[in-house]
Each structure stands twice: as structure tokens, then as C-alpha cells.
Design a protein around this ligand. Structure first.
Ligand code: ADP
Ligand code: MG
Length: 360
């Protein structure tokens, strides 16, 4: 996957810009507030229809404008094609996605553009709630297995239904058995896919960690979301009274989590800020490497302020991992001289300077 042309209209301070990125490394540099992150945000809209900074579209859309629009010329399967994709996000009303002249839905879009974002929010993979890590895991499972999206939707539907019944305060025993059977069926399948994906991700993760954090051993574990020593039907039965009191289902894949440990200790509690950045980046880079291996096409990486938190040595190691991958990377930094010496002269690098929302 790569984007050969990008047009951005009315995203934050960007009125209208257009540029032709390199299929490999793109550096976007400029002063604070110039619009660097807004370019990454616009590419995120192209791939996912939404910003990674705000849920409120009115903040994303340029002042006094009615919608943000991003166009891309893309080559989803790396076949040398030039296909047109456009996403319009209006302040009022629904988002519109057009691919090769036809309307498409969000899951088709997400398949077209496999995006990975590394920014200050990525620390949440270590420091945030389990939901953040489940989202990370499920990104991988979504792209690894076609069956996932239907399973996930089915599971959400059953969970919602079960919780609605629990909130009513009493459930007919027969009805409960029917829903629990469905819940367990979806849970087992979802959990199997997550475990399978993780077993493939682990060696990729170890490989990137060995490059970025030589000598450090990070264990990547998985908790299914219920007591692993007991089957889920038994857990659901024994916790039913508690679920009824709480009004929601306390055990199941909706509680799954990843556990990251260093020397047997919680990585979030032990690592320095810079080490955390490298570990969470390693998770994202491992996911991209596995995606590439499984699908024979690379991902797009949006990396906001790459040099922050990293010393020269680790900044350079990070760049080496990026240029050895075949991903298309969009990297922001205040001053591109901070990264200049890190790249191999053979690497195809395009540098874009932005000031007050315009390329210069
Ligand atoms: N809705 C908006 N309309 C116009 N300008 C905006 C809007 N939202 C943010 N801005 C401005 O856009 C600029 C770009 O911000 P950003 O992309 O975060 O800069 P950088 O990443 O280069 O530091 C900032 O100066 C900000 O004040
Ligand atoms: Mg920024």
C-alpha cells in the first residue's frame, strides 16, 4: 500500500495543499503550530475517516468551513495502480467515502489503507486502560482474519443484549441459557483468533525489541478476560448474581488484555519515558511487519515528532528499523536536521516544509 498523491482541504490551519509523497520516507518539518500534525491527521482521515486528536469534527474542520476533504491517489495492493480515494468529513451530517467513483463503507476503507499511528497517545498502550490494548490487538486480528469483523460484531450484539437483560434486574433462566450459549460461542472463537494472532506477533515483536532495545527482554502476555483456569460457562454461572447486581457482564473477551513485563515486572511501572516510546513503537512496528508478511503489502505509518524522548542513538535505531521495512512513513519533526544523519543515502526520502498551513 502506498499513497502517491495527497490533497488536503480545510483541515485545521490547512486551506488547501497537495503533494506527492515518497513511497518510503516522508519528513514533514516546520515550527510549532505550522500544521505538521494536521497533515498526519488528514492522512488518518483518508484511512479511517476520523482524527486521532479529536472526536469533535468542528475542531478538525478549518474555522468558517463546512467540511474537511482529503483526496488520495492510492495503490492498495502494490500493483502499480493509481486509484482515487476521497473522504469528506462535514461538521454537520455523515462522512462520505468514495473509492474509484463509488461509495464505500468504513471496513472497506480500513482494509484499503492499513494505518499505524505513533504519537504521544501511543504511550497509552502501556499506561492506558485495557481497552487501548484490545483495540491494538483487534486491529491486527481484523487485518489477519476475514472472519474477525463478523465475529466481533456478533459478539458486541450478544454482549449488549445480555447487559440489557442484566440491567432489567431479572432474567428468565431459559432465556439466560440461550444468550449465554451464544455469548460463549462468540467468546471462544474471538479468543482463539486473538491468541493465534498474538502467537504470530510475538516473534516479530521480539525481533524489533532486539533492534531498538538491545539486551532487554520484554514479555508479551495475554489475558483472555476471565479466569483462565475455568471454562467460561462455569465463570458466567458463578458470577451471574454479581453481574445481575452490577447490571453488566464482568467476564469475557470484552475484558481481555495484553500484559507487558520487563524482568517479570509491569513494564509501565519500570521503564523510562524513552524506553516506553521504544516499546510501544516496537508493538506498532511488529504489527506492520506481520501485516506485511501475511498480506504481502506494507502499512502506512504516521509518526508524530519522531525525535521526541529519544537520544541520538535510539533515534537512529528507530530510523534504521523504518527504512529497512517497506512501509510508507510520514514523520514529523520540528527540524529535519535532527534526523538527517540517521538515513542511508540510498533511502528514498522526501522532505516537506510547512509554515502557517502551506507547504514552502
Ligand atoms: N479548526 C481550526 N481551524 C483553523 N486553525 C486551527 C484549527 N484547529 C487548530 N488550528 C491551528 O492549526 C495549527 C496547526 O496545528 P498542528 O498541526 O498541531 O501544528 P504542528 O503539529 O505543526 O505543531 C495550529 O496553529 C492551531 O492553532
Ligand atoms: Mg504537532
Amino acid at each position: 500500500m502506498s499513497i502517491s498523491k495527497i490533497q488536503i482541504q480545510h483541515v485545521r490551519n490547512i486551506s488547501s495543499i497537495s503533494f506527492e509523497p515518497s513511497p518510503a520516507i516522508n519528513i514533514i518539518c516546520g515550527e510549532n503550530g505550522s500544521g505538521k500534525t494536521s497533515i498526519l491527521e488528514a492522512i488518518n482521515i483518508l484511512g479511517l475517516t476520523r482524527s486521532f486528536r479529536t472526536k469533535k469534527t468542528r475542531h478538525l474542520v478549518q474555522n468558517d468551513q463546512s467540511s474537511s476533504i482529503v483526496f488520495g491517489t492510492i495503490d492498495p495492493m502494490v500493483q502499480g495502480l493509481k486509484q482515487s480515494l476521497g473522504v469528506e468529513r462535514p461538521v454537520e451530517g455523515d462522512v462520505r467515502m468514495r473509492y474509484e467513483g463509488a461509495d464505500i463503507d468504513l471496513s472497506t476503507l480500513a482494509e484499503l489503507i492499513p494505518l499505524q499511528v505513533i504519537n504521544s497517545d501511543t504511550f497509552m498502550l502501556l499506561e492506558g486502560s485495557p481497552a487501548v490494548r484490545r483495540q491494538f490487538l483487534d486491529w491486527g486480528v481484523f487485518h489477519a482474519d476475514k472472519a474477525f469483523i463478523q465475529l466481533w460484531r456478533g459478539f458486541r450484539r450478544v454482549l449488549k443484549q445480555r447487559n440489557t437483560l442484566l440491567k432489567c434486574g431479572r432474567i428468565d433462566n431459559k432465556l439466560r441459557q440461550v444468550w449465554d450459549r451464544e455469548f460463549i460461542g462468540f467468546s471462544d472463537q474471538l479468543t482463539r483468533l486473538r491468541k493465534e494472532y498474538l502467537s504470530l506477533l510475538k516473534p516479530e515483536f521480539d525481533q524489533v525489541v532486539s533492534q531498538l532495545l538491545a539486551g532487554m527482554k520484554i514479555e508479551l502476555g495475554f489475558s483472555t478476560g476471565w479466569d483462565k483456569k475455568r471454562p467460561l460457562d462455569e465463570v458466567l454461572a458463578s458470577s451471574f448474581e454479581r453481574d445481575l447486581r452490577q447490571g453488566f457482564t464482568g467476564s469475557g473477551p470484552q475484558r481481555a488484555d495484553l500484559r507487558l513485563k520487563v524482568d517479570g515486572h509491569n513494564a509501565a511501572e519500570r521503564l523510562s519515558r524513552g524506553q516506553k516510546k521504544l516499546v510501544v513503537s516496537a508493538l506498532k512496528l511488529a504489527q506492520g511487519a506481520l501485516f506485511q508478511r501475511m498480506n504481502s503489502r506494507p502499512c502506512i505509518y504516521l509518526i508524530d515528532d519522531l525525535p521526541s524522548e529519544l537520544d541520538q542513538v535510539h533515534g537512529e535505531l528507530f530510523c534504521k528499523v523504518l527504512e529497512q521495512s517497506s512501509n510508507q512513513c510520514f514523520i514529523t519533526c520540528v527540524d529535519d536536521r535532527a534526523l538527517k544523519s540517521h538515513w542511508d543515502p540510498q533511502t528514498d526520502i522526501a522532505t516537506f516544509r510547512i509554515a502557517e498551513g502551506s507547504l514552502c
